[in-house]
Design a protein around this ligand. Structure first.
Ligand code: FPP
Length: 223
């Protein structure tokens, strides 16, 4: 969801207004994902590197996360959307941690229309370090053998709820991954969109999905 800051500056607005508009777009894209019967949507809301931003911006994002949860959870429940946060979200303080736990509990359902995963305080490299430590300690404790380590175990030891990402969309014009889902995007189709996230519309999303559906995915095989 890149480009909130540049969108705000290009409209002579405070950066936090860009993030506010960004949350409205999240709402539209979640609704459209349900319409399109997409099984899961994973959003990068705050990276481990975003902690180096100005304190005022971080505080504005924290407030926004709180109000977004408060305002949107009733609608998510109605739409049967299951919300999961991943990453070091405990670093956001007790108030947000409590809201996250409540939101996850209240949206938990056995047959969700959509799994909505939000990365908060997440970094792909940090996740790989953490899961390596976790698996290593299990080997040291003799709970598992080295040869038990396989792709499935690595996926299951990651904090990321999805193990294989099909389509990655980055708005804002930059053509890089920026530490997002490094292990899980091995065979993802990657779309870089020039529009800033606050200008990203349902039709842009539908156009990405239509293009994705036309891609021949070979996963390294000759077909
Ligand atoms: C990237 O734009 C956006 C962010 C770092 C924050 C996005 C967070 C939200 C929209 C809150 C979402 C909350 C929930 C619960 C889904 P940028 O600021 O890096 O843009 P720039 O590159 O133009 O500066």
């Amino acid at each position: 969801m890149d480009g909130n800051g540049r969108w705000a500056l290009s409209n002579s607005l405070n950066i936090s207004k860009g993030h506010q508009k960004g949350v409205q777009v999240v709402k539209d894209i979640v609704q459209e994902s349900v319409q399109q019967k997409i099984s899961s949507l994973t959003l990068y809301a705050f990276s481990s590197e975003n902690w180096s931003r100005p304190k005022a911006e971080i505080e504005a994002i924290k407030k926004l996360v709180l109000t977004a949860i408060e305002e949107q959870v009733p609608e998510l429940i109605e739409q049967k959307v299951k919300l999961t946060f991943f990453g070091r979200h405990d670093d956001f303080g007790k108030k947000i941690s409590k809201k996250i736990k409540e939101a996850e509990f209240n949206t938990n359902t056995s047959e969700p229309s959509l799994n909505l995963n939000v990365a908060l305080g997440y970094g792909g490299r940090q996740d790989i370090v953490d899961l390596t430590k976790n698996i290593s300690s299990r080997v040291l404790a003799k709970e598992i053998n080295i040869d038990d380590i396989n792709e499935e175990m690595v996926s299951n030891s990651s904090c990321v709820p999805e193990d294989k990402i099909d389509l990655l969309i980055r708005t804002g014009g930059d053509k890089r991954i920026s530490n997002f889902l490094l292990y899980q995007i091995a065979y993802a189709e990657i779309f870089f969109i020039d529009k800033f996230w606050p200008d990203f519309e349902k039709d842009d999303f539908i156009s990405c999905i239509n293009k994705f559906n036309k891609v021949s995915r070979r996963f390294g095989a000759r077909i």
